[in-house]
Design a protein around this ligand. Structure first.
Ligand code: ATP
Ligand code: ZN
Ligand code: MG
Length: 302
């Protein structure tokens, strides 16, 4: 635990991350962003031949889509909603009075049509479903978004607002499981290129509550989720820097995603935790990028 605090402190002291007074909410320096940008170009190179369709959504999504996704059933503890003041002038007066008195002014805030995006792929499924049946070859999408998860922590690798780069494949079971395996192999190769030690392990999502335990066990038993783990703040509990998720036909059924022949699509997504990868690089190679091993610098900056 001491390790964690001191790595975060060193990140603050070096200016790589900038304190905001909220655990898990940080500013990033130009140098930190430079590492993320370079790693994204490396991802681009690995994915280039696949010709994915690039789409960028903002870090908020349509609340109706969020509701339909079932996120509140599985992960209510992580969700973040956007609320706004929607009152009249009289309400404004009482709002300011409330703030003056130091009492809770947020209770009167009303939910807007926007919810913070919990994972980069969430806005994609309804978007693709609206287009009608998928093309003959299925679909392949390249996404990146800031994501919000309410999990405040002093572990710098667990932030509340962080970026996820994702590839999402829609197709037959074989299409999407091949895609997932391809990216597991690529992930291992990429991390070797940048000098990071990895291990791949089966994993589960943090489904809420007692019923959630069963969902998590089922996800593990069926090998639906794998993670690429790199030691950052702990050697015994390495950090998930990539995840590889096979949704079977669950999203296909929920959103009405159909293949060219009208059958339900299977889907899989592969996510890179961009801040976590940058932090792993700083942890293993030091806080000064100029002093990183030549091979790592070459992989990132040519
Ligand atoms: P963990 O088990 O550490 O909570 P996760 O299983 O919740 O991770 P996913 O939901 O699969 O992670 O998210 C995809 C990727 O986003 C992860 O592999 C990770 O690299 C990154 N990620 C997830 N949560 C965070 C976070 N709180 N801060 C920074 N990166 C994160
Ligand atoms: Zn996803
Ligand atoms: Mg998590």
């Amino acid at each position: 635990m001491d390790m964690q605090v001191s790595f975060l402190d060193r990140l603050f002291e070096s200016g790589l991350l900038i304190e905001t007074g909220v655990d898990g909410l940080y500013g990033r320096s130009g140098r930190f962003e430079g590492v993320i940008a370079a790693f994204e170009r490396l991802i681009d190179r690995y994915g280039a031949a696949d010709d994915a369709e690039a789409i960028r959504f903002p870090p908020g999504m349509n609340r109706a889509y969020f509701e339909k996704s079932g996120y509140m059933k599985s992960f209510p503890q992580l969700a973040g909603t956007v609320h706004s003041f929607c009152g009249c002038e009289l309400d404004h007066v009482s709002l300011l009075k409330c703030m003056d008195e130091g009492s809770d002014w947020t209770a009167e805030q009303k939910a807007t049509d926007i919810v913070l995006t919990p994972a980069a792929c969430y806005p994609l499924y309804p978007t693709v479903a609206k287009r009608g049946n998928l093309p003959e070859a299925g679909g392949l999408y390249d996404l990146q978004s800031y994501c919000f998860r309410h999990e405040p922590s002093n572990d710098p690798a667990r932030q509340q607002l962080f970026r996820m780069r994702e590839y999402v494949r829609m197709g037959t079971q074989a299409d999407v499981t091949d895609f997932r395996q391809t990216w597991m192999d690529r992930g291992v190769k990429m991390m070797a290129e940048v000098g990071l030690p990895v291990e791949i392990d089966v994993a589960n999502d943090p489904f809420f509550g007692r019923a959630g335990k069963m969902l998590a066990n089922n996800q593990r038993d069926q090998n639906l989720k794998f993670e690429l783990l790199i030691p950052i703040t702990s050697v015994t509990k390495p950090t998930a820097c990539m995840s590889f998720n096979y949704h079977q036909d669950a999203f296909g059924t929920k959103w009405g995603l159909n293949l060219a022949d009208g059958t339900v699509a299977h889907t899989a997504c592969v996510g890179f935790g961009l801040e976590r990868i940058a932090l792993a690089l700083f942890h293993h190679h030091g806080l000064d990028t100029d002093a990183w091993p030549a091979s790592v610098r070459a992989a990132l900056w040519g």
